[in-house]
Design a protein around this ligand. Structure first.
Ligand code: ZN
Length: 422
């Protein structure tokens, strides 16, 4: 068969082949490896995957499109299931304050934190936000990410939140990395509503959400359910309103205090509950029973200098699928590298290299609502994959500090070659 691309002579092809659903328990560690493998691409789809000899025998392409991976690794492009990457300005000074011993919540109480990014976002131009965000997306792509979830949440009023979602859509059109947008109007209480929380919850649920559903491509609604931010009842009011409008649900749950976010996510059958550092036994039961994916964000714990991580081992043992994301944001996780997140998940959370790869591909794809055709390499699925100049997928978490990416394909187009890497 004539095809558009063949990549052959990969020491490992990580296929994640198997059922089209999130992987949990022992399945989280099954990668479907093919040794000395190859992949063939036509249009935006994978048409064949298997041993190099077989693929080269059955498929032909132009010589300059038949590429030797030279013993490297082929694996799906990463799906980053939790980012806040469309923001304005960075917060280096807060990082220095944290190094001097101040906590994230102390800095937020003193006027820093999310509210400082809200002021910056509201005063920045569209062009400025797009320019900054494009550079972050370039870096993500250079680390192998081909799809990312992106949340609004630095606008916190109707016009600014809709602007954030429109900017995400514009970036999605312009950039090879695919973006899936989430409405996070309940990221924090804006300054003008701090004395009247009920009025802000009502504004989000009754005014913003209907416009988000009608005027934007947002797939999900998320709430920062946390002590001092949105309590359980406020979170439930907003998420139920979103559910009635047909949006999928996500919850920032149990990051600092277990106030019932995981239980609520389970009850509402949210697609994911994210962070989950202090989730209780009852919270984990609710996640499992509700079919919720645990999106864990170890880059945030690391960036905040915390030495406590989510109990991923227990979640996997109890049958909860675990996905991993960067939480890329200017305050608590200025991280755009999925391999760094995967390394932290191995070294600090006790996951195996195979479990973290599943967490960054198939499970992350389902947590982002795109699991039907991404996060796995099988004929008929979208040709989103990366080729590493490394001898094993374990190099991702073992050989730290830079990117091993040699080439990246997105929708069957080669969108990055090593020379372009950041
Ligand atoms: Zn977040």
């Amino acid at each position: 068969m004539n095809v558009d691309w063949i990549v052959h002579n990969a020491r490992e092809v990580v296929t994640l082949a198997g059922p089209a659903r999130p992987r949990s328990g022992s399945e989280q560690g099954e990668l479907g490896l093919i040794e000395d493998g190859a992949i063939a691409v036509k249009g935006d789809r994978i048409v064949a995957i298997g041993p190099s000899g077989e693929i080269l025998r059955d498929h032909v392409t132009a010589p300059e499109h038949c590429l030797d991976a030279e013993g490297g690794v082929v694996l799906p492009g990463f799906v980053d299931p939790h980012t806040h990457l469309v923001f304005a300005g960075t917060r280096e000074r807060e990082f220095a304050m944290r190094c001097a011993g101040q906590s994230y919540l102390e800095i937020a109480a003193a006027g820093g934190g999310i509210r400082s990014s809200v002021r910056a976002f509201r005063s920045a131009s569209d062009d400025d936000i797009l320019r900054q965000s494009r550079r972050r997306l370039d870096r993500m792509l250079a680390f192998g990410t081909t799809t990312a979830e992106v949340k609004s949440g630095y606008g916190l009023d109707s016009e600014q939140e809709l602007r954030a979602l429109r900017l995400i859509e514009q970036l999605d059109r312009e950039h090879p990395v695919d973006l899936v947008s989430t409405f996070l109007g309940a990221h924090e209480f804006p300054d003008e509503y701090r004395e009247d929380r009920a009025a802000y919850v009502e504004l989000v649920a009754e005014k913003m959400l209907p416009r988000v559903a009608a005027e934007t491509q947002a797939r999900f609604c998320d709430v920062f359910c946390e002590q001092g931010v949105f309590d359980r009842d406020e979170t439930e009011t907003i998420l139920r309103a979103a559910q009635r409008l047909g949006l999928g649900l996500k919850v920032h749950a149990d990051e600092f205090a277990p106030i019932g976010g995981a239980e609520l996510a389970g009850e509402l059958r949210a697609i994911s509950a994210d962070h989950l550092l202090v989730t209780t036994d009852a919270g984990r039961r609710a996640l499992r029973d509700g079919g919720v994916i645990a999106v864990l964000l170890p880059g945030t714990c690391f960036s905040l200098g915390k030495h406590a991580y989510a109990n991923a081992r227990k979640m996997i043992e109890e049958g909860i699928p675990v996905a991993l994301g960067t939480d890329c944001n200017p305050g608590s996780s200025m991280v755009d590298s999925m391999p760094l997140v995967l390394a932290l998940a191995c070294l600090e959370m006790g996951l195996s290299p195979a479990e973290v790869v599943t967490g960054a591909t198939v499970n992350a794809a389902f947590a982002t609502g795109v699991g039907a055709d991404r996060g796995r390499l099988e004929p008929g699925l979208r040709a989103d994959f990366q080729v590493l100049a490394a001898p094993s997928y374990i190099s991702l978490v073992y050989h730290l500090g830079g990117s091993h990416v040699r080439w990246v394909w997105k929708d069957g187009r080669r969108v990055l070659s090593a020379g372009d890497a950041a």
